[in-house]
Design a protein around this ligand. Sequence first.
Ligand SMILES: NC(=O)c1ccc[n+]([C@@H]2O[C@H](COP(=O)([O-])OP(=O)(O)OC[C@H]3O[C@@H](n4cnc5c(N)ncnc54)[C@H](O)[C@@H]3O)[C@@H](O)[C@H]2O)c1
Length: 356
Amino acid sequence: MHLKKILITGGAGFVGSNIAIALKRHFSGLEVAALDNLYRKGSELNLPRLSENGVKFIRGDVRNPQDIALSGKIDFLIECSAEPSVLAGKDGDTDYLVQTNLYGAVNCAEYCRKNNAGMVFLSTSRVYPIKPLVNCNFAEKPTRFKLSDKQEVAGLCSEGVSEDFPMQGARSIYGATKYAAEIMLEEYRQTFSIPVVINRCGVIAGPWQFGKVDQGIAVFWLASHMFGNPLKYIGFGGTGKQVRDMMHIDDLTGLVCLQLKEPAKFANGVWNAGGGREISVSLLELTEICGRITGKKLPIGSEPETRYADIPVYISDTGKIKTCCGWKAELTVEKIIEDIYIWLKDTPAAQKLLKG
Ligand SMILES: NC(=O)c1ccc[n+]([C@@H]2O[C@H](COP(=O)([O-])OP(=O)(O)OC[C@H]3O[C@@H](n4cnc5c(N)ncnc54)[C@H](O)[C@@H]3O)[C@@H](O)[C@H]2O)c1
């Protein structure tokens, strides 16, 4: 498929802006437009980068189909807009979350149908239900919880959670909006023969992420070390041993480029994408890495009680995508934190926002 024009919704956000710029570099002559309503604090700081890299910015909202249509004829749409916090909606105010994450994604699919265009959807590991993840078998090691080889649930082993994990049960309101969107996109794929690629991502991190306590943990943790902002280990006894896999944004952009070259190969089922077991970290280990890179040691508080929707260990089992196309995340947690550090040191506007 010869790509002429791509629209990235949520294109001023962390993932969207990095994908937009990577595509401009990777596909010569490709027109890339980024649509965003600048809901996320910090996304406005990505606008100069988009413009310098030849990405056209459209101020618009995925909740309004007529805003999406401002992009004109497109060949592909990459849906990166969201309220991405797992804590969103917990206060009872679910309107923005549902309207953006679910209806916004459906509006994007509808625009693809009308344009005969393909779609990549940035989904999340948070679509997997919480209870079986909380009840998984894990051992407590000196610096982290470690998944045991023996598990009671299908799709779970010491390599992490695969796409075969059972989907029954609650998953947070955020996770439910993303899963509901996946279900609708599957219908668009089947009914209208639109190539839809669904990537279920674990934690994504890197430069130009405006991390906060409930979303963007790598930047939040590093920035707190740089600026002396207070930090605490929350949940699971307050020891900081909870683990996540982490994927450098450059590994993700590499995957999306592969998928755009051969969409048919990926336009079925769903794909877990993440750092996997080898690129994973506990908060305790993250503290050590941030301390080493910044040269600062921060006293970290402790809150033993576990928060809403939290889980002790999440690792993406990425065996399926590796078998399909050979893709595997390569960049380590150290490299992720170093890249964030270099970016933040050189970007006063980001420092101002993240100083707290
Ligand atoms: N960052 C992660 O660790 C992670 C992990 C898994 C999945 N994801 C998914 O990746 C996608 C991108 O996340 P991110 O980390 O870049 O978040 P982000 O908040 O940096 O980017 C999302 C962008 O969407 C925009 N937006 C919000 N509501 C909108 C609306 N109604 N109309 C138009 N734009 C709107 C925001 O202004 C922001 O720029 C999301 O779909 C998220 O669910 C992210």
